[in-house]
Design a protein around this ligand. Structure first.
Ligand code: 7PJ
Length: 389
């Protein structure tokens, strides 16, 4: 018996040291223990062919479109497959090549770096942060009406802070599927008094969940220090206003508008489209004057997505880390859990905690949840394993 077993690549360095490999050998071999796929879109087909050759020369692989192989002139997506040692060699070579390959070399280097080391969110705290949901609404899907008056809303906010929330997300407008908007006056009346009182009574970061520039502005005046915009700063004047306010902003992906978004959500490739959208909105925000440190991205679970879309996004969350912005996910008690469990919002706590565990493992920076104390236990536990012995 040789006690043969498959090793977890994460422990390559430690295993090699333990078996008394030569230290220089460990340095050479450790990067070979990590195998990653990188996708890049829309390459010049001549570049795609050179890239494929460089990858093969390094002992790695690159998939390109059939059309690109026959040099039809059409742009091609590429998927590179290799270990970190091969990437190092490939990126050095690409850096000296035409057809956009030297720019691509830099982009791949950054994507790999960010994937391995997700960016810290601009909120004090440690590890995955918790954003507690405070719905000052009569009609939210889970807790609508429970914290509709200012006093109970403030109490709820303080209680979430006490339980360990790093951020309290105050929203006055339900965006549940099928909901219509409310007048700005009404939204202001709901959230501003709550934000004023909360900011006097706690140091926890207060976020305002709004798509409306006037609400964002008054909220920041009243003590909010983050904007959570489910519309990805696409509303009239929102990009400019948010840039002036100079606070961190959550840019979320949504297909359509809440009133009709669940009627027939449809994507060519859901990951490509959401990734492309978030990249484009983040670039627009930076052009408008945002510091890159103040941008948080969110794929928008349940916002213009079928069950299958939500499942695909959640099972591939780590891919969003390659963009280099902290990632926020809100899946707490949402309807896809009802589809899995056959339970109403009241019965979706354990399902939500299961998703939270997976999200922490995948490097999510902020979890937007209803159940703060329970989620904090999950985060602490999963992070202990992530750190390792
Ligand atoms: C989200 C949100 C989310 C962000 C809502 C609900 C529906 N904001 N606001 N991300 N969901 N950033 O709380 O279930 O997923 S409202």
């Amino acid at each position: 018996m040789f006690e043969t077993r498959v090793l977890s690549g994460r422990f390559a360095g430690r295993e090699l040291r333990a078996m008394k490999c030569d230290p220089r050998g460990i340095e050479i071999m450790s990067p070979k223990a990590e195998y990653l796929l990188v996708k890049a879109r829309g390459l010049d087909p001549r570049g795609a062919n050179i890239l494929k050759q460089e990858c093969l020369a390094a002992g790695a692989e690159a998939a390109v479109s059939w059309a690109a192989l026959s040099l039809s002139g059409e742009p091609s997506d590429v998927i590179i497959m290799g270990n970190l040692s091969q990437y190092e060699r490939i990126l050095r070579k690409l850096n000296e090549q035409p057809f956009g390959l030297s720019q691509l070399s830099g982009e791949i280097r950054m994507a790999l770096k960010h994937f391995e080391n997700p960016k810290e969110p601009p909120v004090s705290g440690k590890g995955t942060r918790i954003m507690g949901i405070l719905n000052v609404t009569p009609d939210s899907f889970y807790d609508g009406g429970s914290y509709y008056d200012t006093h109970s809303a403030v109490q709820r906010g303080l209680s979430m802070a006490q339980l360990g929330a790093d951020i309290i997300d105050v929203g006055g407008e339900s965006t549940r599927p099928g909901s219509a908007g409310i007048p700005v006056e009404e939204e202001l009346n709901r959230v501003i008094p709550v934000i004023e009182k909360l900011s006097r009574e706690t140091d926890v970061c207060i976020s305002v969940d709004t798509q409306v520039p006037a609400v964002a502005e008054s909220a920041v005046d009243a003590g909010a220090s983050m904007i959570n915009d489910i519309n990805g700063l696409r509303g009239q004047g929102m990009l400019e206003t948010a840039a002036t306010l100079d606070v961190p902003v959550v840019i979320m992906h949504m297909q359509g508008v809440p009133g009709t978004m669940q009627d027939a959500p449809s994507y060519g490739d859901v990951m490509d489209e959401i990734y492309g959208f978030l990249l484009e909105r983040a670039a627009k925000a930076e052009e408008a004057g945002f510091s890159s440190d103040n941008i948080i991205i969110d794929p928008g679970i349940g916002f213009g997505k079928t069950f299958e879309h939500n499942v695909e996004i959640l099972s591939r969350l780590e891919e969003f880390n390659s963009m280099g912005y902290p990632l926020l996910v809100g899946a707490s008690r949402k309807r896809f859990l009802g589809d899995i469990l056959g339970k109403g919002a009241d019965g979706r706590l354990y399902g939500s905690l299961g998703i939270a565990a997976v999200a922490v493992q995948k490097g999510v920076s902020i979890l937007r949840v209803h159940d703060v104390g329970e989620t904090l236990d999950v985060i602490r536990t999963v992070e202990a394993l992530k750190r390792g012995p």
